[in-house]
Design a protein around this ligand. Structure first.
Ligand SMILES: Nc1ncnc2c1ncn2[C@@H]1O[C@H](COP(=O)(O)OP(=O)(O)OP(=O)(O)O)[C@@H](O)[C@H]1O
Length: 262
């Protein structure tokens, strides 16, 4: 029996490609992302993961293709042709971007509470008491003690900085989160805790996310679906467990077996 209404994808990516001169960044990438779905993008260094993520998030202009987002106000809109102010507003409301290096996503000279609060102010929140309460609540959610609210991120460990960056990104209740190696560069034990936290937040908030990583353990834990990239092209895609347990493409087989050997 046909479902009554087919779900509308939150994001439709159609034939996205980007070149750097003669070199391919990424080529002919297409997929749909549905609400509440987490897509992992894996591949070795230089395979085009970051190029693709930055094209999707509007940080880089692709040479070809369309990136259609289901906006709250107007329904599906091609984000590549929307006006710059409209795209900026999307970046402050429905979209979030978690950088690999927390310092790229935080304001290091502003207190932890300020880092969270200024995102609320950017979407129109003005009440100081409410902003501070919400910031305190979010510090708790990312396991940072409330009495650190007036400390600057420079006084935080790498793991704490990353958790603060996540709080700053999620406080406005985005619907789509882009993450670039969110656990990269952290100690293994810190990574495990962060992954756990991210998994809880994604589940509890029903977030859709696109996560770039070279760490298969990250996608195993977080991603419903997986895209494997090599030399700018998608070579395999499918449900995460299926792709990792029964890889079809020789490159994916190599990726999976090289992880098992370490
Ligand atoms: N600014 C740039 N100028 C020229 N070439 C670039 C630029 N950025 C990326 N490239 C090239 O595009 C290709 C894809 O790079 P990209 O950084 O997207 O890969 P990646 O999979 O994200 O790698 P990593 O995991 O190391 O970040 C590579 O061949 C890279 O050398």
């Amino acid at each position: 029996m046909k479902p009554e209404t087919d779900p509308v994808p939150l994001l439709q990516v159609e034939g996205v490609g980007k070149r750097y001169g003669a070199r391919i960044g990424c080529a002919d990438v297409s997929f749909d992302l549905f609400p509440g779905e987490v897509m992992g993008i894996v591949g070795e260094s230089g395979s085009g993961k970051s190029t693709l993520l930055n094209c999707l998030a509007g940080h880089l202009e692709p040479d070809e293709g369309r990136v259609i987002f289901d906006t709250r106000a107007e329904g599906p809109v091609d984000t590549l042709t929307m006006s710059e102010p409209a795209r900026r507003m999307l970046g402050r409301t429905d979209w979030a971007f978690v950088h690999q290096h927390a310092r790229d996503g935080l304001r290091m000279s502003v207190s932890a509470g300020g880092n969270i609060g200024e995102r609320l102010m950017a979407v129109g929140e003005r009440h100081y008491g409410h902003i501070r309460d919400t910031a305190t609540d979010w510090l708790g959610r990312v396991e940072i003690a409330a009495d650190r609210i007036d400390d600057r991120p420079t006084a935080f460990s790498g793991g704490m900085q990353q958790r603060l960056q996540i709080a700053r990104n999620l406080v406005t209740g985005p619907r789509l989160v882009f993450m670039d190696e969110p656990t990269g560069g952290l100690d293994v034990s810190v990574q495990a805790r962060l992954l756990d936290l991210l998994r809880g937040l994604v589940r509890d908030m029903g977030l859709s996310a696109i996560i770039v990583t070279h760490d298969l353990a990250v996608v195993r834990l977080l991603a419903h679906r997986l895209m494997v990239m090599k030399d700018g092209h998608v070579v395999e895609t499918g449900l995460t467990d299926q792709v990792l347990d029964d890889p079809q493409h020789s490159y994916t087989q190599l990726l999976v077996s090289s992880v098992l050997q370490v």
